[in-house]
Write a protein that binds this ligand. Structure first.
Ligand code: FES
Length: 95
């Protein structure tokens, strides 16, 4: 099983992904620019997840870092305890 990053938020962020853009999703949970990487993983065992987006599409990107389908939310955040002490960052709630 792959180790997962720390919980940066307890809900995903909706992002309008743009065709042809390169994105870097934060896997460690330490970035201040959630759900994206700001380089804070340096010195950890984690690496960002990079992808080249094909097509414009809105997607829910994971902030809890517990997803089994990174960078996308798969609902794993709903299994978290909900303890606000473990949530250090902010994702947007589903509307
Ligand atoms: S925010 Fe991580 S699975 Fe939903």
């Amino acid at each position: 099983m792959t180790k997962k990053g720390e919980v940066a938020g307890t809900s995903p962020t909706k992002v309008d992904l743009k065709d042809g853009e390169t994105y870097y999703w934060c896997a460690c949970g330490k970035s201040a620019k959630q759900p994206f990487c700001d380089g804070s993983h340096k010195g950890t065992e984690f690496m960002h997840l990079k992808w080249d987006q094909a097509g414009d599409e809105p997607r829910m990107l994971c902030n809890c870092k517990q997803t089994n389908n990174p960078p996308y939310c798969d609902g794993s955040h709903m299994k978290l305890s909900g303890d606000p002490a473990v949530a250090k960052g902010g994702g947007d709630d589903f509307d």
